[in-house]
Design a protein around this ligand. Structure first.
Ligand SMILES: Nc1nc2c(c(=O)[nH]1)N[C@H]1C(S)=C(S)[C@@H](COP(=O)(O)O)O[C@H]1N2
Ligand SMILES: [Mo]
Length: 330
């Protein structure tokens, strides 16, 4: 299929591996031509040869992992290409465009790195990334990731269940929620100049959601350590919730007795609730959530896929929401 547009992930993974002059030149070229399907097709075709040499994958250190034995942790769908998964990202600390994280997160310093596990736990502690990497056996899990914007990917993550870590710090009986705090460093993150979100980017889960075996603390993907743009050196992945719940570049995990605020809920209370479970029957106030576009699949005329309740993980997680009005607790 020749016709590909910006949204199908034709964009290269950014200037990290593309000479900047070529990247800017191609961008300008596409802007003048991409005014309709014909223009977009021509721009896509023209950009292809010029960029072929730049599409060499930049390898990161390998991360050893065994395949997960957890039911539901592996989809049978084909994984999204590495190029798309690392070139089409949301990481607002590095800018708002999908190409920005790949371009600007190259400067993120992921070592030394420490994570505080604090709040309502028996054994609060600060662990460095090397001890976190070894805390439990690393597993590969191929999860669907569904962004609230209406697209999805299939990504082979590497990590272990967050419960492995939480069990070691021993939550107190009074702990009911977990708050996730991510890095906010103006010196490294140009996106913090923007006030779209109240930095640091924070997220939250109910304690049972955080303890659910599918909730992954991820350190790698595609057999390697996480690329910076995907949330190095460690991030959360909660596969049955919209992508924004999966906070990147964590620096603190805090157990609380009250529902924590979240960055997106503070930014638009009526659009992004605390739960944010993937649900085709609960539209976002400004658009439907009934279908999704799989990144990398076809072009302008590719068929959208039907979005599944809990992103297809209903059998594993549905019970946690029994009796809850999912329209009210969106
Ligand atoms: N710290 C931080 N984490 C974040 C975001 C962000 O802007 N900042 N964006 C979220 C959104 S909206 C999505 S869809 C996923 C995207 O993850 P990916 O780029 O690895 O596919 O990361 C989530 N985690
Ligand atoms: Mo998202």
């Amino acid at each position: 299929m020749l016709i590909r547009n910006h949204d199908t992930g034709f964009e290269p993974p950014g200037s990290a591996i593309t000479p900047r002059s070529l990247y800017l030149q191609r961008r300008a070229f596409m802007q003048t031509l991409a005014t309709g399907a014909a223009g977009a097709a021509l721009a896509g075709w023209a950009g292809r040869d010029a960029l072929a040499a730049a599409e060499e994958r930049k390898h990161l250190p390998a991360l050893k992992a065994a395949p997960s034995k957890l039911v539901g942790a592996t989809t049978i769908e084909a994984a999204t290409s590495y190029k798309d998964a690392t070139g089409y990202n949301n990481f607002y600390e590095f800018g708002l465009d999908k190409e920005d994280p790949a371009r600007y997160a190259t400067t993120l310093k992921t070592r030394p790195w420490a994570v505080r596990i604090e709040g309502l736990v028996q054994k609060p502690q600060t662990l460095d990334i090397d001890s976190l990497l070894k805390l439990a056996p690393q597993e590969e899990r191929i999860y669907r990731l569904r962004c609230v914007e209406g697209w999805s990917m299939v990504i082979p993550w590497i990590g272990y269940s967050l419960s492995e870590l939480l069990n070691r710090v021993q939550p107190l009986g009074s702990a009911k929620y977990v708050e996730f705090v991510t890095l906010a460093d103006k010196a490294q993150m140009p996106g913090l100049k923007s006030s779209v979100l109240d930095w640091p980017y924070t997220e939250g889960l109910r304690l049972d959601e955080a303890m659910h075996p599918l909730t992954l603390l991820a350190f790698g993907m595609y057999g390697e350590l996480l690329p910076n743009q995907n949330g190095a050196p460690l991030r959360l992945v909660v596969p049955w919730k919209y992508g924004f719940k999966s906070a990147k570049s964590l620096v603190a995990i805090r157990l609380t007795d009250k529902e924590p605020g979240t960055a997106w809920n503070k930014a638009a209370r009526n659009e992004y609730g605390f739960y944010s479970n993937v649900n085709p029957d609960v539209p976002h106030p400004r658009w439907s959530q009934a279908t999704e576009r799989r990144i990398g699949e076809g072009g302008l005329f590719a068929k959208r896929r039907k979005t599944l309740l809990f992103n297809g993980y209903e059998a594993q997680v549905g019970q946690m929401y029994a009796g809850m009005d999912l329209k009210k607790f969106y």
